[in-house]
Design a protein around this ligand. Structure first.
Ligand code: FAD
Length: 402
């Protein structure tokens, strides 16, 4: 077991940290205040090769491992969560399924521009009536000649409607399987496809500089070649996609929690009460110590999930554990950070208040904490020889967890 990052990982971490400090941190508060999607910075991140990190060089990527993605996303999140989310979605939710399941033609058409950093993509799984229970997909796709005709809605889709958005990968029901369950397939739908519309961005509590919308498909027609991989493989594909996505949300959470600790530590050294900096009060020291300890644990779990994935070992349950623990750590760290800042932590002009709002959704997006616990419990029970179907941990809900 080696806890040290390699020279090349450290160099990447340093490069992204320096970029984030100069190009992101000074502007994050104003993007948040105005709800501005930072197109130019996202474009620069693409130019730095970050979207292409885990993809093969022949498709415009950098040929690096997933730990590199984690390190980059963590550093971006430390500066601004919205930028980190946009980057993570482009890599893990849009690029990864095309790399893993796409045809040569699809990789040329969609992965190459994304990995080269000229566009971003989106992943539309959640529907108004299907969030945690994502397999209850009401969106349909019907084969008509050599086109698929898609009808339905996707909600909360990140990165589908900004100036750099090129496509959304969506799940749709394409029939009923012999076992009575829905047959789910995934499709790549380009921006501008006839019958595809998106709403104005949602106004949100946090992640305000990220692009989150309702997508509507009304007799939306795409060529048959836009089916991702095989018909009926959509369920397996989205579960595999979420496994990667959860590692990136864990990395974002570590970055957010670290930002809360950085701010709190600096503030505690400056703020004086009863004749001494509050950092000298044991109650404040304990809060800082708990934050640092949990962040260290969350970081180790997140890196472990990425390393298991890079070694080709099973990593889904560790990704769920990392996502669960890191996201809850971020929420706790942001809360403790506000407490350490006292009344000033409640003012918009103090960045800890933005971090508090940004942290909150981390326990919801890409599978809620409840769903992560369900996935983990199911694994425990099956390891112990008690399949989840025979217990209160339902197989379907665990399977379907988005
Ligand atoms: C800012 C933002 C960005 C997002 N980006 C994307 C995106 O890019 N693509 C995408 O597809 N989705 C995206 N989502 C959607 C997100 O993944 C869902 O919101 C999440 O999976 C929960 O689904 P839901 O909101 O429908 O909640 P529900 O499924 O309705 O859950 C409501 C509550 O019930 C609990 N619950 C549900 N079922 C169970 C169960 N079986 N056992 C115990 N508790 C249960 C949940 O944990 C939750 O607390 C985004 C959401 C947000 C807020």
């Amino acid at each position: 077991m080696d806890f040290d990052l390699s020279e090349s990982h450290l160099a990447l971490q340093q490069r992204v940290r320096s970029f984030a400090q100069h190009e992101i941190s000074p502007y994050a508060a104003s993007w948040d205040e105005t709800g501005t999607f930072p197109t130019d910075v996202i474009r620069k991140i693409g130019e730095l090769g970050i979207f292409g990190l885990p993809f093969p060089v022949k498709y415009g990527g950098q040929g690096k491992d997933f730990l590199s993605v984690v390190l980059a996303v963590e550093e971006l999140a430390r500066a601004d969560v919205s930028v980190a989310v946009t980057t993570a979605v482009a890599i893990a939710l849009a690029g990864m399924p095309i790399d893993r399941f796409g045809t040569e033609e699809q990789k040329e058409q969609w992965l190459v521009p994304l990995a080269s950093g000229t566009c971003v993509g989106a992943f539309g799984l959640t529907e108004p009536e299907a969030g945690s229970d994502a397999a209850n997909c009401l969106t349909t796709a019907r084969l008509d000649g050599d086109s698929w005709v898609i009808n339905g809605q996707k909600i909360f889709t990140s990165s589908a409607g900004n100036d750099l958005s090129a496509f959304v990968i969506l799940t749709a029901t394409t029939g009923i399987r012999p076992d009575g369950h829905k047959e789910i397939s995934n499709f790549i739908v380009p921006r501008g496809a006839p019958g595809y519309r998106f709403s104005a961005p949602f106004k949100k509590m946090g992640w305000r500089a990220s692009d989150t919308r309702l997508l509507t498909f009304h007799d939306c027609r795409v060529p048959a070649s836009h089916l991702l991989g095989e018909r009926g493989a959509g369920f397996r594909q989205f579960m595999a996609t979420l496994d990667h996505g959860r590692i990136t949300v864990a990395a974002i959470s570590v970055g957010v929690a670290q930002a809360a600790l950085d701010l709190s530590l600096a503030y505690a050294k400056k703020r004086v009460t009863f004749g001494q900096p509050i950092a000298h009060h044991q109650a404040i020291q304990f809060k800082l110590a708990d934050m640092a300890t949990e962040i260290e644990l969350a970081r180790l779990m997140t890196y472990k999930a990425a390393v298991l994935r890079d070694r080709g070992q099973p990593f889904a349950h560790v990704a769920s554990m990392a996502k669960l623990f890191a996201s809850e750590t971020a929420v706790r760290a942001a809360d403790a950070g506000v407490q350490i800042h006292g009344g000033y932590g409640y003012l918009d002009e103090y960045p800890i208040s933005r971090i508090f709002r940004d942290a909150r959704v981390l326990t919801i997006a890409e599978g809620t904490s409840e769903i992560q616990r369900t996935v983990i419990a199911r694994r425990l029970l099956s390891d112990a020889g008690h399949p989840a179907e025979s217990t209160s941990v339902g197989k379907q809900s665990a399977d379907r967890a988005s």
